[in-house]
Ligand binder design. Structure first.
Ligand code: SF4
Length: 246
């Protein structure tokens, strides 16, 4: 099946598997040392929790379960569906936290610049801005990206305890592993689904339906979560509770 980005799905799965192996091989102690050297502390300005800094908060399945308990209206399909079939149904890898319609594009849970569910915040919120991604650096060479948007938020070079750094390093590796694994399962599932139903990915239709969605028109979308597909008719900005599940 041709894939979005023009790389066949099986190659994308293989690349992700290699990425996961590299992640496992990265020594946790070394990551903890780098976290200590960075010495990042959150300044509680709330900017990272808005679209000014981050496009969206992607939710792992365990986070989706938590949102369902806290406030199901905060759930929406993650932006950027990757596939579209010939009937115009979009396919996206999971859910994100809904963004408010305010000027900053604040997270649904941001109240007076503070996270209103801080003790129950989601997986990525617990490790951000630390990361462990194999990516291209400014010169185009592949290397590890360890920190997201340096210099744009928080305090740096603060004193952090050894245990805190180790715990963070474990959390970062665990989160990145869960994210890659989710993406692999999404690609496998979409590949199987298209094969079983004799569907073809249609890149032109993907762009067309995505544009319609961004313009506020109703679209059909399948969201991958808990190893299965939920099928919705949805408009941009409508909460999960307002989605018509088919
Ligand atoms: S859940 Fe809390 S920490 Fe996470 S983005 Fe929203 S406001 Fe920020």
């Amino acid at each position: 099946m041709p894939a979005s980005g023009k790389i066949p799905v099986p190659y994308r799965i293989l690349a992700l598997m290699h990425e996961r192996e590299r992640l496992f091989a990265y020594p946790t102690g070394e990551l903890a040392k780098k976290i200590m050297m960075t010495g990042f502390r959150c300044a509680r300005c709330g900017v990272c929790c808005t679209r000014k800094r981050n496009d969206h908060v992607f939710l792992l399945d365990r986070d989706v379960r938590d949102v369902m308990k806290i406030d199901p209206a905060a759930l929406e399909p993650a932006p950027g569906p990757e596939f579209c079939d010939g009937e115009g149904t979009l396919y996206v890898s999971g859910y994100a936290v809904r963004v408010k319609e305010d000027r900053e594009g604040s997270c649904w849970f941001l109240k007076d610049r503070q996270c209103s569910i801080y003790d129950r915040r989601f997986s990525v919120c617990r490790t951000y801005p630390h990361t462990l991604r194999w990516a291209r650096d400014a010169s185009g060479n592949p290397s590890w990206a360890l920190f997201s948007r340096p210099g744009l938020h928080g305090f740096l070079h603060q004193d952090l305890a050894d245990e805190e750094c180790i715990e963070l390093a474990r959390g970062v590796k665990e989160y990145e592993n869960a994210l890659i694994t989710h993406q692999i399962e999404f690609l496998e599932s979409v590949h199987d689904y298209f094969s079983e139903h004799h569907l073809m990915h249609d890149g032109t239709r993907l762009r067309h339906e995505t544009r319609r969605y961004l313009q506020g028109e109703e679209v059909m979308i399948r969201v991958f979560s808990f190893g299965d597909w939920a099928h919705y008719r949805i408009r941009k900005g409508s909460p999960s509770s307002g989605m018509a599940c088919l």
